[in-house]
Design a protein. Structure first.
Length: 108
């Protein structure tokens, strides 16, 4: 079974909002790293995410291989927004393109 386009949109929007609310500082910290080629994880606590939106949690549990790429795309959109709206002095950080979501059961 595949996720519907509406489900994909909802999951992406919910996760993008979640990143902006819960992981903005993590993304800003990654921007300060020197390497452009390194792959950077953003570790997300599953319980916190699923408490924010149970439907996203259910979709993740049912279709993890479909939902993780949606999370990654939403993370990239959130990172672009954070980069564009940050008040940091120009040149103090760079948008990274190798950001990846990692789901954890541990508090981070």
């Amino acid at each position: 079974m595949m996720l519907s386009p509406d489900q994909v949109s909802l999951i992406g929007l919910v996760f993008e909002t979640y990143v902006m609310e819960h992981h903005k500082n993590d993304v800003l910290q990654i921007f300060q790293e020197a390497s452009e080629d390194t792959h950077y994880p953003v570790v997300v606590n599953a319980m916190t995410l699923f408490e924010d939106n149970m439907e996203v949690g259910e979709c993740f549990n049912a279709f993890p291989s479909q939902v993780l790429p949606i999370f990654d795309n939403a993370l990239h959109r959130a990172a672009q927004t954070i980069c564009q709206t940050s008040s940091s002095p120009q040149g103090s950080f760079n948008l990274k393109h190798n950001l990846h979501v990692r789901i954890s059961g541990k508090q981070v």
